[in-house]
Design a protein. Structure first.
Length: 94
């Protein structure tokens, strides 16, 4: 699916959300991607926390979610009306 949200993850790497409901690490130079988590409904914004966890806005369910390096998903906020973006500060607050 096409990319809806993107954030830098390191040299030549991006964390992206896709129209297929996936959160992936994309390496365009190598033409590779690794799915970090999937099965979401209308993902949009994405941010990377200082510790490496990823935060995404799931507009379809009105949630903001955190995904750790093992693919575990935690709910940070619910009951929102179509959240579209997220941002995290250097202190880890989102």
């Amino acid at each position: 699916g096409y990319i809806r949200g993107a954030t830098a993850a390191g040299a030549g790497e991006y964390i992206v959300t896709t129209a297929n409901g996936e959160v992936a690490c994309w390496r365009p130079a190598q033409q590779q991607s690794t799915v970090l988590a999937s099965g979401f409904e209308r993902l949009y914004g994405v941010a990377r926390m200082p510790g490496g966890n990823v935060v995404v806005a799931e507009a379809g369910t009105g949630r903001v979610l955190a995904i750790d390096s093992a693919g575990n998903v935690g709910e940070l906020a619910a009951g929102l009306r179509e959240p579209m973006g997220v941002a995290c500060g250097a202190d880890g607050s989102c």
